[in-house]
Write a protein that binds this ligand. Sequence first.
Ligand code: TNX
Length: 531
Amino acid sequence: MALIHRVPWYALLAIVLAGASAANSAVTTPTTAGAPPAPATATTEERTVVPSPVFRVAGKGTFTLDGDDSVDARDDAAPVAEYLVNWLRPMTGLSLPLSGRGNIVLVVEPGHPPGGYDLRVTSTGIWIAANDGAGLFAGVQTLRQLLPPKTDATSHYSVAATTISDYPRFAYRGAMLDVARHFFPVSVVKRYIDDIALLKMNVLHLHLADDQGWRIAINGWPRLTQVGGAGEVGSARGGFYTQSQFKEIVAYAASRYITIVPEIDMPGHTNAALASYAELNCDGIARTPYHGTSVGFSSLCVDKPITWTFVTDVIDQLAALTPGPWLHVGGDESTATSLNDYLRFVRRVGQIVAATGKTMIGWHDIGRNSNLPEGTIGEYWDFTTPRPGSATFSRTLVKRGGQLIMAPANVAYLDQKYSLSETLGTQWAQAPLTIQEAYGWDPAKVIKNVGDDQILGVEAPLWSETFSTRADLEYLAFPRIAAIAEVGWMPQDARHFKDFAVRLASFGVYLDSLGINYKRTPGVPWQKASP
Ligand code: TNX
C-alpha cells in the first residue's frame, strides 16, 4: 500500500492502460485511415532516456515511421509539432505532413502530470499529451531518445511500444554560461540551448558581465561594450550582444521552452564597467581593462547618484528585453565593498528590480541582507557541506518567502576539472569533480530545513576562465550536465548511479550523432565512438 500512496493517479492510469490490450480504446491512440499496419513482428529494443522517465511500462510491438505517417497537432501543440517534424523530416526523409489528423498525435489538454507529459507508443502510432507546450516539448525530447540516433539510421526508424508518465522534481532546471570571461557568439549559445533542451533543462542563465567583460549593449552607455566588451581573459579581443542579438537568443530559447535569465553581477565583479566609465568609480578614475582571472577587487561606488542612474538603466533595459520572470543581479564575492555598503546596495537593487515587476535572483551572499523584497531567490553556490554563513544567508532568503536554486560548487560547477591532470578547468571547489559526484547528491540534503518545497530547482554553472571554444565548452559540460539534469528531474529515491551510467552510455551515442564533444569519464560503459 505504501508504494501505491506515492504513485500519482495519472501514473496508475498509464500503468493500467499499458497492461490493457492494444485494442483498448480508453486512450486515444489513433490510427491512420487507410494506412497499412506497421510490421509488428520485429521487436525493437527499448531505448533508454536521460533523464529517465518517472514511470515507464513496456508495451507490445513496435512502431515504425513510414511514408503514411502524419502529425496531428492543434493550437498550443502546433509549435511543438513544428519542432518535431523539423527534426524528423531531414533525419528520416519522410514528408510527415502536419494536419488535423494523423497517427502521431500531440495534444495540449488538462489532466496530465504538472510540468510533465504522458506518452504512449503502440504499433500504430504515437500519442503525447501535456497540460502545456512545455510539457509536450519534454515529451518530444523523450521521443527523440526513444528513436535511434542519426548514426544508427538504416531505413527504419522504430520505437518499441511503451507507456510513459513523466514529470519533473523541480520547476527550474538550469544551465549557466559565463560569456563574460570569454565571449561566445550567438551561434554557440543557440547550440548550447539545443544541447540542454535534449536534457529537459528549461533555463539558461547568462552571466553577462564581470571584471573581464561587459557583453550586452545598454542604450545610453555605449562605452560599456566599446571598452568593457573589448577584451576577455588572456586577450584584448572580446565581443558583446546587441540588444537585437540578445532578443534573438531569447526567442530561440523560447522556441525550446527555455527561459533566459540574464545576470549582471554587482556590486563586485564590475571592473569592465569601471573601466568604461570613470564616473562610476568613487575616485573618478577609470580602471584599466582586466584580462586576468582574479576575483574580489572591484566595486561600484554605492553613494554616487550616477551609480543609481546606471544600475536603473541596466536593470530597466534588461527587464524590457527579458520575457521571463527573473533578473539575476549577482552579488557574490564583493570583497572590495564594505559590508555596510553591500547591504545598502543589494537592498536598493532589490527595489529597482521589484519596480520592473521581475523577481530578483542573486547568489546566496545577498541573504546577508534580511530586508530584501519578499520572494527574492538565492542561488546557493557553496559546497554540499555548507561553510559558515552560506546556509544562514540562504535560509534568510527562504524566511522571506524566497526559494533557492541549488548549484553547490563541488558537485554542480562544470568548470571544475574532471581530474587534476586535465588542463581544462579550475579546481578551487574541491576538484576533481567526477561524474559520480555530479550525480550523487540530493539538493534537499544540503541546507538544514531547506527541502523540496523551499527549492526552486538546480543549476549547472559553467564559468569560462579556462576555455574559449565550443569544443571545450561541450567537453566540460558533457556528460556532467546530464547528471545535474537528472538530479533536477527524477525523484531522489529512483536515482542510482549504476543505472544512470548504463543509460548515459547510450546517451553518448546521441551525443556522437549530434557532434557534441564530451569526456568519456571513467565508470561509464561508453560504447565505441561512431566512425
Ligand atoms: C566562483 S561562486 C565564482 C566565479 C568564478 C568561479 C570559478 C561564484 C558565484 N563565483 O566568479 O568564475 O568561481 O569556478
